[in-house]
Design a protein. Structure first.
Length: 195
């Protein structure tokens, strides 16, 4: 283990000499390697060494910087607390809702659950530009923002599509016991959606 960094250093010096060219290469005596421990490895004048010059006892206790970065990133991505929420999606026969469990961030669970229901209901030529969820007492208002580029309106959705979209959102909000929602109202940019 003690000779491993010296071997790498020798390879690095040899590669540096090859890149610098024979005419400009500094004179380095590679024929007589030393067996003594040196405080710092020798460096080539033209390029600084990329091998760490820390004492060996520090290297054993400390992970390399490249190993620490992914762990820090993973911890940041897993930082938000996740929770399982049931969303309700219309079955293929358009007769009943089926619960589906999804993972959402706990601090924005209601809004994210609405987003998951909307993802399941993408209809041809029907496009939303966004949505908002507001709860006042036990009444939730879901403001669906129809995109100006949408070729279809809320009224042009089939009865099954309307039932799947609005019914799925309503079931998702009402059936979750922690949210205590008894009533759901739907608006489009603040104006009530009448079907």
């Amino acid at each position: 283990m003690v000779r491993f960094p010296k071997i790498l250093l020798g390879l690095f010096v040899a590669a540096s000499l090859a890149v610098a060219g024979c005419n400009e290469a500094p004179t380095v005596d590679l024929a007589e390697p030393t067996t003594e421990e040196s405080a710092a490895p020798p460096t080539v004048d033209a390029e600084p060494s990329t091998i760490a010059a820390e004492p060996e006892d520090k290297d054993k206790d400390k992970p390399a910087a490249t190993e620490a970065q992914p762990n820090a990133t993973d911890a940041a991505e897993k930082d938000p607390k996740m929770m399982a929420v049931s969303i309700y999606v219309m079955d293929e026969t358009c007769t009943k809702f089926q619960p589906e469990s999804v993972e959402v961030p706990a601090d924005t669970a209601m809004t994210e659950a609405v987003g998951k229901v909307l993802e399941r209901h993408s209809f041809e030529a029907f496009k939303l530009s966004g949505y908002r969820v507001n709860v006042d007492s036990n009444k939730a208002t879901v403001d669906l923002r129809l995109s100006e580029e949408s070729e279809r309106q809320f009224l042009s959705l089939s009865s099954c599509e309307q039932q799947g979209l609005f019914g799925g959102l309503e079931e998702t909000l009402i059936q979750h016991p922690d949210w205590q929602v008894d009533q759901v109202e739907f608006t489009n940019r603040g104006k009530e959606i009448v079907l």
